[in-house]
Design a protein. Structure first.
Lengths: 240, 352, 343
């Protein structure tokens, strides 16, 4: 197997006086979907934000394509090919859907083929193409946030709970889009609370607790072993 | 007893204590230690500005709020005394009525501004006070029938407080009403300063500082941030107005330039930052140094400017009129490098 | 699986009152103009005052636009913005005085060339100065409002004093170029040519600024940055560079405003920028800090108000603007077109 696209080694991050990440070790294999799982408040979102650079790691290293980028500014990480869908979606509400999408392309105009693909995957965005993004529904905003991250080809996508609070129909739309994205060769690190989505999408999985990764392995193994789920997350997938 | 007077807020530095004692002795004995009219006038100004700057420190250093209307409140007190003395005739009743109504007006205005701007964001306060203060300054110069306009007002104060009142000799110094007047200023300033020290060390002062550190958290704990900030604004305004009244009693003259101008606002800012924000004693050090420099250093600059007259640009930079520029530079540097001012430095030096 | 039809359009038609609420700030300008007409009574005076009010408003807008955008983008409040106004005026006026032959003859071409050169020089100097000001004064105090206010006030003092060092302690009087002197009469109302020019320049600038903000990518980045800076960075844009660009542009515009104001008043002083800041702040606050459109409307309101009231009751001119500000803040505490921060 080729080297992982992203490797976190012993990462520590503090927010104010709180020690949120306490030695995260994680590998995101190239071309795969990696699920980042765990209960609320164990540091999943902080891990993504530290990778993106929105929080600065206190110690440890972040290797992207084998290169150390712990001190790189946020924008340089994005330009190096990392797409980010934050938990709050980060939609520019005063801008139209189209303008949001344009901003997703840092290196030039929106490629028409890619636009067609994205609008095929998320038809609602086409309907409201010229409307202010602030007027979209929650699900549509989530789609826009993901579509914007995909607006130009990136190597690695960090996606924070894309299905939170969404209706099942949209969840499957979303999952399909992520599958297509993977088929194009992208790597994805996905924070997800919805286990059926995690089971359907994930190739590998990492489970966090108390600011550390406590288990790492195949998603399939985790999905079929309810004892393991119980032990790692205190609940079993059958319950869902 | 002394610690109690200081509300338990000790200077916490030997050098600072020595400086404060020295300043207190010089100010308390000014009429006997120094000769002539000018030193006495300087000492009176120092007393008044210590009070004015300390009242500003309550707002800026303890409340974390920047106001540009402090001279407006200062002016309200000064004009209060001036108008009362003009219309009620000379007399202590006029001084009292003028001072109190000036302070009352300051409180009402501060309450209005505070309720309006602090409700939204603290940064509005700085901008709105700037706007209101300049409007008031314009009004004062326009309604010259009442205020004397640009020329200001000259009025009489009780004869007891003027140099016409000769009271014999003491320790080789001729005691006049002027010296009595000085002690009126000195005593009032001292009492009000100790009162301010009491306020910032009270539970109210502590909440105010908690709000300065983190207003979201203070609000979350249950403190009404707007109320505390507005109260601080009112207290600070009232004290500034009283300082203005003292100034008016001392000078027997008020005018826009001496009480309301933006330049004085800048002076106050410089004094509080250089002395040390949020320390109260910083006001004492800052005001004393500033007034002394303003009075005596400008002569020095004049000399330097003349001495370098042959060089290009340098004499212009050293011109006494340019001394504000050097203060500005000093001001920027102190905000960057010594945000705790002289007092903060002295205290660090001790603990290091 | 029960499909939840979330794809349905969610836009309900806005009710009339909602529409009116949205349009209200824009309607305030014509409303004030009509009120002005009713209060003044004589159409010719009203027209003269309206033109000078609009001219004044446009100039204040030019000065305020940079300040409000700088705040919106990086949460930086620059109390030293007025320094650029003063410096712009002194540089521009120096150029005009140096080109006295061009401004003294009644040739529109020569006159306008002189004004053009003065404006270019002023904007270049204040633009460069803005860049330095950002690096030296503003950059070390990002994120700390209190220090920002103090340090930028310090910067203002130093720049004002430097003006005295370079140009001397006295005010400088300047006459307008020949072809910009005098007034044209229309329907019995005398309207100064220079004021008409100021209105035209202000309008052109406002439209250009709107175009840049709405139609260009850099404009999109600026607008998105005002709303949610961290996300703009996460998409791969260096917001700090954008901010420096806006700061420099805003400083250059303040310089332009300074030249225009100097020619309007026909006298310049080192303290003029500091004085203008009062109106600039009022405009930025009532418009909604961060909103260029809000600043435009606010500036027109302030300009008109000032001129109408100065005619009706001269002593209350500046106070009327405080009253205007108070009224608008009572109606909308965040200003007319508040910028909603994503947080």
């Amino acid at each position: 197997m080729s080297e992982p696209i992203l490797t976190l080694n012993n990462l520590y991050t503090d927010i104010a006086q709180y020690h949120i990440l306490q030695g995260v070790d994680l590998q995101v294999p190239r071309g795969q979907v990696t699920m980042l799982l765990g209960r609320n408040g164990v540091g999943k979102t902080t891990t993504l934000k530290t990778i993106m650079g929105q929080w600065t790691a206190k110690s440890g290293e972040i290797l992207y394509n084998g290169q150390e980028m712990t001190q790189m500014p946020v924008s340089a990480r994005a330009r190096a090919g990392i797409g980010f869908v934050p938990e709050d979606m980060g939609i520019f509400r005063d801008l139209t859907v189209e303008e949001n999408m344009i901003l997703g392309c840092t290196s030039g105009p929106l490629d028409p083929k890619r636009k067609d693909w994205l609008l095929g995957a998320f038809p609602a965005l086409g309907t409201f193409w010229h409307s202010e993004a602030g007027n979209l529904s929650g699900g549509q905003k989530q789609m826009l946030s993901i579509a914007r991250a995909m607006a130009e080809e990136r190597q690695l996508y960090l996606i924070d709970e894309p299905t939170k609070g969404l209706a099942p129909a949209i969840v499957s739309t979303m999952a399909q889009a992520l599958r297509e994205l993977k088929a194009q060769g992208a790597s994805i690190l996905l924070v997800e609370q919805n286990f059926s989505v995690a089971k359907a999408l994930g190739d590998t999985a990492a489970v966090m607790d108390d600011g550390r990764v406590i288990w790492n392995g195949d998603m399939a193994e985790l999905a079929t072993n309810s004892d393991l789920q119980e032990r790692l997350m205190g609940l079993s997938m059958e319950a869902h | 007893m002394i610690v109690n007077l200081l509300s338990g807020d000790k200077p916490r530095s030997a050098v600072l204590t020595a400086l404060l004692v020295l300043i207190l002795i010089c100010l308390a004995g000014a009429p006997f230690i120094f000769d002539g009219v000018r030193p006495l006038d300087t000492a009176a100004r120092i007393c008044i500005f210590i009070l004015l700057v300390a009242s500003y420190d309550l707002l800026l250093g303890y409340g974390g709020i920047v106001s540009f209307a402090h001279t407006m409140f200062f002016g309200l007190g000064a004009y209060g005394v001036a108008l009362a003395s003009t219309h009620m005739g000379r007399g202590f009743d006029a001084l009292l009525v003028g001072s109190l109504s000036g302070a009352l007006a300051a409180i009402v205005l501060a309450l209005l501004i505070g309720l309006f701007s602090l409700r939204v964001r603290a940064i509005f306060f700085a901008m709105i006070t700037l706007a209101v203060a300049s409007a008031v300054a314009v009004l004062v110069s326009q309604f010259s029938g009442l205020t004397g306009g640009e020329d200001g007002l000259t009025y009489k104060i009780p004869r007891v407080l003027t140099s016409a009142n000769r009271m014999g000799e003491f320790l080789g110094t001729r005691i006049s009403g002027k010296i009595l007047n000085y002690y009126l200023v000195f005593t009032c300033a001292l009492i009000l300063f100790l009162l301010l020290l009491r306020i910032v060390n009270s539970p109210f002062g502590r909440v105010l500082q908690a709000i300065r550190e983190n207003d979201f958290r203070a609000e979350a704990i249950g403190y009404r941030v707007v109320w505390y900030r507005t109260m601080a604004t009112c207290l600070s305004a009232a004290t500034a107005a009283l300082a203005g009244s003292l100034f008016a009693i001392w000078l027997r003259y008020v005018g826009p330039d001496t009480t309301l101008s933006f330049e004085i606002m800048l002076d106050i800012l410089l004094m509080v930052v250089i002395g040390g924000m949020g320390t109260m004693y910083g006001a004492v050090i800052g005001a004393t140094l500033f007034i002394l420099a303003q009075t005596y250093l400008q002569n020095l600059m004049g000399g330097a400017s003349e001495a370098t007259a042959g060089l290009p640009l340098i004499p212009d930079l050293l011109d006494p009129d340019r001394w504000l520029m050097w203060l500005g530079i000093l001001f920027i540097l102190s905000v960057y490098f010594f945000p705790t001012g002289i007092v903060g430095r002295l205290r660090e030096g001790r603990s290091a | 699986m029960a499909a939840a039809p979330d794809h349905k359009p969610t836009f309900a038609a806005l009710s009339l009152s909602e529409r009116l609420d949205k349009a209200m700030p824009v309607l305030l300008v014509p409303l004030l103009v009509v009120l002005g007409f009713l209060a003044i009574g004589t159409p010719s005076s009203w027209m003269t005052l309206t033109v000078s009010g609009l001219a004044m408003g446009m100039m204040i807008f030019i000065m305020a636009s940079g300040l409000t955008l700088v705040f919106g983008l990086m949460d930086v409040i620059n109390f030293g913005h007025g320094a650029f106004v003063s410096v712009g005026a002194f540089v521009g006026v120096s150029v005009l005085i140096a080109l006295g032959d061009w401004t003294g003859t009644a040739s529109l071409l020569l006159n306008m060339s002189a004004v053009f050169l003065a404006v270019v020089a002023a904007m270049m100097v204040t633009g460069i100065m803005g860049w330095g000001f950002e690096r030296i004064i503003v950059k070390p105090v990002y994120g700390a409002h209190l220090k920002q206010i103090l340090v930028t006030v310090g910067g203002l003092i130093v720049v004002e004093q430097l003006i005295h060092v370079v140009w001397g302690p006295d005010e400088i009087f300047i006459t307008r170029p020949e072809t910009l002197k005098g007034a044209i009469t229309f329907a019995g109302a005398a309207m100064e040519k220079y004021r008409l020019l100021a209105v035209a320049i202000g309008l052109v600038l406002f439209i250009a600024m709107r175009m840049v903000l709405r139609r260009t990518k850099i404009g999109l980045i600026v607008r998105a940055g005002v709303e949610n800076g961290p996300m703009v960075e996460a998409l791969g844009y260096r917001l700090r560079m954008v901010f420096i660009g806006v700061f420099v542009a805003g400083s250059a515009l303040a310089g332009l405003g300074g030249v225009m104001w100097g020619l309007y008043q026909e006298v310049i002083t080192a303290g003029m920028g500091e004085k203008m800041m009062v109106l600039v702040f009022i405009v930025a606050i009532i418009g909604g800090l961060g909103s260029v459109e809000g600043a435009f409307i606010g500036a027109l309101l302030v300009g008109l108000m000032q001129n109408y009231v100065a005619f009706l009751e001269p002593k209350l001119a500046l106070v009327s603007n405080i009253a205007l500000m108070t009224a608008i803040l009572m109606w909308r505490p965040q200003g007319m077109l508040p910028v909603v921060k994503a947080k």
